[in-house]
Ligand binder design. Sequence first.
Ligand SMILES: Nc1nc2c(c(=O)[nH]1)N[C@H]1C(S)=C(S)[C@@H](COP(=O)(O)O)O[C@H]1N2
Ligand SMILES: [Mo]
Length: 453
Amino acid sequence: MNLQTWISGRVRKAPENFIPGSGVGTVFAEARAGRRDFIRNAFAAAASGVAASAAVAQGAAAAGDGDPAILKLPAHSTGLGQPVAAEGYGKPSKYETNVQRRTSPGLTQTRQASVSFAPLQSLFGIVTPSGLHFERHHQGWWDIDPSQHRLMVNGMVKAAKVFTMDEIMRLPSVSRFHFIECGANTGMEWGNVAVPTVQYTHGMLSCSEFTGVPLITLLQMAGADLKKGRFVLAEGADGSSMTRTIPMELIESGEVLVAYGQNGEMLRPEQGYPLRLVVPGVQGVSWVKYLRRIEVGDQPWAAKDEAVHYIDLMPDGQHRQYSSIQECKSVVTTPSGGQMLLDKGFYNITGLAWSGRGKVQRVDVSVDGGRNWRTARLESPVLSKCLTRFNIDWVWDGQPAIIQSRAMDDTGHVQPSYQQLRAARGSRSIYHNNAIQSWAVQANGEVINVQLS
Ligand SMILES: Nc1nc2c(c(=O)[nH]1)N[C@H]1C(S)=C(S)[C@@H](COP(=O)(O)O)O[C@H]1N2
Ligand SMILES: [Mo]
């Protein structure tokens, strides 16, 4: 990936994001359907302290007063519904088809070496539905026959071992919620504002419940020399020759998993079916998909994806290597770029926070470009190396506003401003941009991506 393609101006406009989805988009949809007053009433009531759902119910009752149409029951209340879909795999409602992964036009030359972004603006809670998980493939994805798939453990071990999927799935398993973030997430924004929506600025981020076997179990079974063998090489079975060095400390902690499960079912092919490495807190590239080999060694391998790619250009012109942890970061997902506030009044500002070093401790939110901050509510669960959902009330006065969030993790790391980040890292880097994101709400309600100087 070169910086020029990342900051390509061609991705600035994303008209599809203006089509109503969830959150603020829904309000926009109602407005277009000519129901402004209904929404106004509901939001005015919510702002005056009534719970939002109750307010909406009140608004509906008020709108129905004296309206004969309200007495006519809709077909779904009088007729017979659809039969059970017992044979099939469930799908979202036809009214939710706008909630999709998206690619960024002009970002990559082929769709095999490319990325699709998760629609963060449309998601609730912390789990990414598997069909909306972002994708990053260096050489396309595969749907590999699990009965043919093998995992070899070799190198500094007593006896090299080859595992079938059946053998792996018989072992004691664990299930854990973790985020995965591509190191290049938000990479387009290093130099200047480049893309319009949170889907494109932060959408190389997803969070799942992963199920699998701790890698340390497999290493112990092969009799790994944990004294001298302080590094592991993980290798994928696709054509990208994806190989990454993982330090043994991470593996010994029991956190690194050889995973086959994602959100209660087998991994999706795009996510590395039937086996992928889960390396909590570490950038996505180390989460090797289609995992076929684990080699124990006594030094880092400096593989192509560690020596040429995934290095950080520093202000003095030198490159930094093996910077793998995803530092503390957060982003407001609603209101966010491309969304539209219908009217002044109550809004729930919501977003996601995460840290590759542990738990999110606190998230502060500003609506005036960082002059004043209020502490947001962290919704449970707050888990280590996992997305955390935050919410905070806001009554918009109809004036231009700049919304920001600033996270702090339990090691005390505070998310930096762009000024602070650029002072340390320069502005020509690609990876590990964890700067504070700013969304400007304009007087007409339109929300746009901005950077404060
Ligand atoms: N075998 C293999 N593993 C891989 C990759 C790949 O191209 N091939 N891409 C890596 C990168 S750069 C990222 S960010 C994550 C993306 O995982 P996802 O596609 O499940 O979101 O997978 C990593 N593991
Ligand atoms: Mo990545």
